[in-house]
Ligand binder design. Sequence first.
Ligand code: ASP
Length: 348
Amino acid sequence: MRNPFDKSSILLIYTGGTIGMKEDPKTQALAPFDFSQILQEVPELRKFSSKIDSYTFDPLIDSSDVEPSMWVKLAELIKEKYEEYDGFIVLHGTDTMAYSASALSFMLDHLRKPVVFTGSQLPIGSLRTDGRENLISAVEIATARDRHGKAVVPEVCIFFNSQLLRGNRSCKVNSTSFDAFRSPNWPALADAGISIRYHEHAIHYPAILERKLEIHTNLDTRVAILKIHPGITAQVARNVLLGEGIRAVILETYGSGNAISKPWFTDIVKEATAAGKILLNVTQCLAGEVNMGLYATGKALADSGVISGGDMTTEGALGKLFVLMGEYPDNEKVKALLEKNLKGEISK
Ligand code: ASP
């Protein structure tokens, strides 16, 4: 057992993505660099008194190729190294970072240490990279402890462009700006300026500190996402909502949870819920929440057995469904837990 006041130690897990790329001086093409050489690449990291080890995924992946099996690998690695390190940094492509951080937040139970995802829009080897800044601040956050020696942010989170955000509340909102992530329905957990200011009121702490880390690696991925849009056809709605092998559907609805009120649509929805499928309503809006009692078009969904996703993001809802469905074969149990706040993903 490590003494909490020993020199802290961090495991940097490099999964792939832009951050770990470097320009080949001959070909000018971007290629991943040897991450065991990270201290040469970012010498500023030597200024930390912490021990920084690295682990590189093989193969490295562009995050567009992320699959749930990669989340399982990450969760298992964190569990295996949990006692050895005070914090974990996951270097990840930005495209699906919010999905991975959301899923991990539900897969890791009784987490007492920081798991900070970060990445960059420009490779760490390029002159104007945002990766250096993101990585250095992530290390500071992952090693931050309070006066009792406990982690300041014992959560799965994303650090990007001076802000620390809750993983399961985040989404990528910009494909070109350094300011690429937001958590519209939850305040930042910390802001990095001259110093890093932690917002304790926003941080999620484990209910029972003494519990050992547990991981959920049985993920049930039989989920579809249906974005409601003008012109959606009955055939498309039917194929998704009543599709074979689909156990749950995330309905991305308009505004405060509204969808088409025409009988052809509500009939399909009713048929799907009567067949026992889990239908979860999240809003297409970036911020705000589902309130199916507000308009007749939303009420029709509630009356048809659709569950409210409140102010959950689609990314958060997907990870939550994968984990809950993997854990519970009973859809009624899953539905009951979907409406509960498990990891700070929903405001209740
Ligand atoms: N396509 C890259 C990825 O998500 C982009 C990035 O790293 O930001 O892996």
